[in-house]
Each structure stands twice: as C-alpha cells, then as structure tokens.
Write a protein that binds this ligand. Structure first.
Ligand SMILES: Cc1ncc(COP(=O)(O)O)c(C=O)c1O
Length: 382
C-alpha cells in the first residue's frame, strides 16, 4: 500500500479513486479540528467572544496567501452552494437579462440559476462546449460568441465537476471586465488542485472548497469578492453584522462572517492543513499524481477505444480525468459493481448523452489502484 494512505482516515480495504466528490482528511488535520472544538467547548463564551475572530483573521490571512487574494476579500462559507446562493440572490436581475454559462456546470449550481431565473425572469444561457475540447482560443471564441447586449453575468467553473476540465478563465475574465459583465467563478475543485492566484485573473466573485483538494475537514469553503463589488452582496442569513452596532473594518466581513451561533472550528484548521501538506512536499507529489492520471487516461482510452476528452491533458487536466465509456451502459450498475464486488470507490454517471467514469488521483493512491481498475473495468462493461 502507498505509505501516505495510512495518514488518511480512509478505509484501507477500499480502493479510493473518488477524492473529487468530497475530499478526504488526514488524521492529523482532523485532530486539529477536534483541538479547536475542545477549546470552544472548554469556555464557549470566552472562545466565541474573544478568541474566535482573531483566529479567523489568521486563517483568512493564510488562505488568502494560498489562493492569491487579500485576507479581507474572502470570508469562510461551509460550501460553494451557500457562497454562490449568497451572490446569486443578491444580484438585481431583470426580465430578459442573461447569465452566460456553459453546459459543463455542476447540477446544484444549474438549479440555483434556474431558481433565480424563475424569480427574476432572467435567462440562463449554457453555451455548448463540445468534447473533446481542443484549444483555449477555440473555447474562448465559442463562449464569447454568445455574449449579447443582455449578458449581465458570466458564471463559469474553473475546474468542472463532471468533465474534470480546467477552463481558460484568464481571457474570459479579462474580456468580461472590459465589457462590464459581472464574473462569478465556481472554483469548487481548484484550491489545492491547481496553483491558484485569484488576483491574476481578477474575477468579481470566486468560490472554492478547501475540504476537497486541500484536505481540510468537511465544511470549509470560501467566498472571494473583489473590493469594488463587496457592497452589492446581501447576507444570506441576516444576523448581528447587518446594521451592526459595532461595525468592524469591513462590511463584507460583518455581513457574512457571523451567521448565528455555529461551530466554525473547521475554518480554523486551514493554516495547519496548508503547513501539513507543505511538510509532506504535497505540491511535488501531486505533479506525479497528475502524470499518473494522464498515463492512465491514455491507456484506458486506448483499451476501450474511446476518445480522450481533451487534446492536451497537461493544459486541460489536473488530478482528475473523465473517461467517456463506450456505448450506453447503465452507470449505476457499473458503479455498484465496482464498489460492491471489488471495493473500488469511483463515480460513474450520465452527462448529456454520454456515460462517464471519473478518476481522481491523490498522492495516497498508487499505480496498483489504477491497475486494479484497469483489470476489472472491462468485465463490468460487458
Ligand atoms: C464544480 C462544483 N461546483 C459546486 C459544487 C458544490 O459544492 P457543495 O455541494 O459542497 O456546495 C461542487 C461539488 O462537488 C462542484 O464540483
């Protein structure tokens, strides 16, 4: 077994190739969570009234340095859904306004926009991005050709969930800023997965999850908002920070940080998690994971006689790849066969008219994990 796997709390009997769905947290980072929870429960009043906010400040500082933004331009949220809902519900959209997006977005986010459109009369416009994807230029041209005078918002993933592709955000955000279009980037999969520098592409809004590829405990995500748009965003939950009696240094933090009594211990694990992974030399290890993904994808696509989903995996992919399975097999049947009969945890799902097997590789995975999948998959497809 890979020597890193015992550092995680994962069941050693299971070949875990699904880090992408909900991440996985090493024991040491999980213990850090418990330490914070114990501190909280040891003296709840002192902790919440005098220790919590300075600790959150440190955590935001360290996270800001990691993702490339000022600590006061980000606020912790439990997950990307609440972060995106906060922003989407704040937009003053009118009937006929357009939210330009792609057909690769995450289902829960599509539902969020459908809900918003039903309430406001705006239209969600998902641009078709055909696969295999080829060049960034072709992607941007196709996407941008659908901008109209009614386009108010661009909503786009940084790294897509179903197709596991890294989208070229730089050019899109640059053009959107020039055109005065509000940009919202869904970076749920990005932090800890790809080198992230939010300031380099300057979106209006960015959300990322830390409990996926940064390996924090569940319930750690963030909402970044460019300074110029922070005052547009209403709190999803109105609490003491709205019309605060004691305003802090930022209305953005006042509005969104305190949402009633809750356990924010998981947010405080971020500095430890970043340092822990650094000491394991994680960034170098993940380069190897990426190469394992690329090699595996080539081999399995050749074996199944199915096209690779992108022209240049080094440009379009990180530590996940989506394999387009041949024919139209029953995804639930394949997934449960892999899990129930062979202890392989991996997602298989329908996406548009295709069936996809999505492989995630983290440094705790070994070549043997991928070999096992390669050996077993053909029998599940028959
Ligand atoms: C691309 C993308 N966006 C948003 C989300 C939403 O995350 P959550 O359900 O944790 O809010 C996910 C979850 O996997 C995702 O993959």
């Amino acid at each position: 077994m890979n020597t890193l796997k015992p550092l995680f709390q994962l069941d050693p009997e299971i070949t875990f190739l699904n880090h992408g769905s909900f991440g996985a947290c090493p024991t040491a980072i999980f213990n850090e969570l418990v330490q914070w929870q114990k501190k909280l429960e040891n003296e709840p009043v002192r902790f919440i009234t005098s220790e919590l906010y300075p600790a959150l400040d440190v955590s935001r500082k360290v996270l800001g340095e990691f993702v490339g933004c000022d600590r006061d331009d980000l606020v912790f949220f439990p997950n990307p859904s609440t972060a995106i809902n906060t922003v989407a519900k704040s937009l003053r959209l009118n009937p006929g306004d357009e939210i330009l997006s792609t057909d690769h977005e995450y289902g829960a986010m599509n539902r969020t926009w459908k809900f918003i459109c039903q309430k406001t009369g705006a239209n969600f416009v998902p641009v078709e991005i055909p696969i295999p994807v080829s060049s960034h230029e072709e992607f941007v041209d196709r996407f941008w050709s659908r901008v109209t005078e009614r386009t108010r918002v661009i909503f786009i993933s940084h790294l897509t969930s179903q197709t596991a592709l890294i989208f070229p955000l730089e050019e899109i955000c640059k053009r959107a800023r020039k055109a005065g279009i509000f940009t919202i980037v869904d970076g749920a999969h990005a932090p800890g997965h790809i080198l992230l520098d939010i300031s380099s592409f300057d979106p209006d809004i960015y959300t990322g999850a830390c409990h996926k590829w940064m390996c924090t405990p569940k319930g750690v995500s963030f909402l970044y908002a460019r300074k110029s748009v922070q005052n547009l965003i209403d709190p999803l939950v109105v609490s003491w920070g709205w019309e605060s009696d004691e305003p802090g240094k930022s209305r953005f933090l006042d509005y969104h940080q305190w949402q009633g009594t809750r356990d924010m211990s998981a947010f405080l694990t971020v500095p430890f998690a970043i340092q822990y992974l650094k000491e394991l030399n994680w960034q170098t290890l993940t380069k190897k994971s990426h190469q394992m993904v690329v090699d595996f994808q080539n081999e399995i696509c050749q074996m199944l006689n199915t096209p690779v989903i992108c022209a240049n995996p080094h440009m379009w992919q990180g530590q996940m790849c989506s394999i387009l399975l041949p024919g139209s097999p029953d995804p639930m049947k394949i997934q449960s066969q892999l899990m129930d009969n062979h202890n392989i945890e991996i997602p298989v799902f329908s996406w548009k008219d295709r069936v996809i097997l999505r492989v995630s590789v983290q440094p705790y995975n070994s070549e043997a994990d991928l070999q096992k999948l390669k050996d077993i998959l053909p029998s599940c497809l028959n």
